[in-house]
Design a protein around this ligand. Structure first.
Ligand code: FE2
Length: 450
């Protein structure tokens, strides 16, 4: 299939959802062909490579729709995309025939990823899509069955550094490490080769059954996505399902965030940097950073910080859809007022779901937007009126914002991010948003020049 005749069939999508998909396709030559759900069984002039469907109209259940689509489009990936949280049961949808299901706008980044991966696959790599792989997972000098590229943020280009079948040059690898490059990039359609390679490598160094850092990170984000969608969809919850959700939270915190005793503090920090952007990545990154900061700064219990990191922003999903991804600076005063309620909405959601969290975790969630100079929200608390743990969580939240990948570009290195915050606060003492003592201590944890 050539790139020019790739088409995606979009069936019965809400206008906002249709727009999100068209925006995601904007820089590709792939067209979206909208179709009414009633015409589903009719003949089509084009053969699509992917089907994206909305909720069915009244009288047809999502499951029936899934079966109809499966019959009509055998072998094709079929996504469900909608905005309504009511009845959104991702796991059940997948079980019944959808390839994946996306709740928008929360899942926009996941949809983007899944769309890109599908297009890369059906175009046999003619549409180039890269996936980040942790450099720590690629051994210099070993033969690699996949292409390796680096991303040059200055000219926004991927440049290939080794071809499938070649070795990654050791000098180049150490230069990259020195330059704080944490990720290399592998074409999406070659990722199975990477997984195969890392499984073999771990086996050969006696770590059979362990996961590469790349996969661990992918699994963490996926677990967080599952957790959050369960939080929203299990409306009829009793104490027991609240306990189950809490168990899921603890499991995530324990197996992906806290348990990693083999690695040094800074190495663990580096493993988190430069992830795919998006709701779930943010929750898992903040959770990991908060736990690591808690260890490094000796504030609170790492597992409490990790738990608060997972849950701090879940209330955002209850805000109107158009507000969820709007930059704060662009909100009008009424919108800001509403946005300021999200810490409390997160707490309310936790309570409604009967998830019993330690008191300090609730406090952190509630105070994660309070600023050291009293200019934060919702209460405008000042200095040590904000609990120390929440001060650390706020720092982890900001730190993720400063160091995350944006449009594929890494932003700041860890020490650049902390140095940036320190110099901003030194320039203008009225802008002391974060506890200067904590910032000072934090910067001392990073190796010189990192
Ligand atoms: Fe927040």
């Amino acid at each position: 299939m050539t790139v020019e005749n790739l088409a995606i069939l979009t069936i019965g999508l809400e206008p906002e959802v249709q727009k999100i998909i068209e925006d995601l396709l904007a820089n590709t030559k792939v067209t979206a062909i909208p179709m009414d759900i009633e015409k589903l069984m009719g003949d089509l002039e084009v053969s699509p490579c992917l089907v994206i469907s909305g909720y069915p109209k009244e009288g047809v259940s999502v499951i029936e729709l899934a079966q109809m689509l499966r019959m009509q489009y055998q072998g094709l990936p079929i996504f469900l995309c909608c905005q309504s949280r009511e009845g959104f049961e991702r796991k059940a949808f997948i079980k019944n025939g959808f390839t994946d299901a996306f709740l928008l706008p929360m899942d926009t980044m996941n949809l983007r990823g899944a769309l890109s991966d599908t297009l890369a696959k059906v175009s046999n790599g003619a549409i180039r899509v890269f996936r980040p792989v942790k450099i720590i997972d690629v051994e210099p000098g070993a033969k690699l069955d996949f292409d390796v590229s680096v991303y040059l943020s200055a000219n926004q280009k991927y440049v290939k550094v080794s071809n499938a079948g070649d070795e990654l040059d050791g000098d180049r690898a150490s230069r990259m490490k020195k330059a704080n490059v944490n990720n290399v990039f592998v074409p999406a359609e070659q990722m199975p080769k990477f997984y195969q390679y890392s499984a073999q490598r771990l086996k050969s160094i006696g770590k059979s059954g362990k996961l590469s850092v790349t996969e661990k990170k992918e699994k963490l984000t996926e677990a967080v996505r599952d957790l959050i969608s369960n939080l929203f969809t299990n409306e009829a919850v009793g104490f027991e399902s609240g306990q189950d959700l809490m168990k899921d939270c603890s499991e995530i915190v324990k197996s992906y965030i806290i348990d990693d005793a083999e690695n040094e503090w800074y190495a663990r920090m580096q493993q988190v940097l430069g992830e795919r952007e998006g709701t779930y990545s943010h929750a898992s990154n903040v959770s990991t950073f908060a736990a690591l900061f808690s260890m490094g700064l000796a504030v609170g219990k790492p597992e409490d910080l990790a738990l608060a990191g997972l849950l701090h922003d879940i209330g955002i999903a209850e805000l109107p859809a158009e507000l969820q991804f709007k930059p704060y600076e662009e909100m009008n005063p009424d919108e800001k007022k509403l946005y300021h309620k999200h810490p409390e909405m997160s707490i309310n959601l936790v309570r409604r779901r009967k998830i019993v969290v330690p008191e300090i975790v609730s406090k952190m969630i509630l105070q994660h937007h309070e600023l050291f100079n009293g200019e934060g929200f919702p209460n405008g608390y000042f200095g040590d009126r904000i609990c120390k743990e929440a001060q650390v969580l706020a720092l982890a939240d900001k730190f993720d914002e400063l160091t995350a990948l944006k449009d594929g570009k890494p932003t700041m290195t860890p020490s650049q991010a902390v140095a940036f915050l320190r110099s901003e606060q030194a320039k203008d003492p009225s802008k002391i948003h974060y506890n200067p003592e904590l910032l000072k201590k934090l910067i001392s944890l990073f190796p010189v020049g990192s």
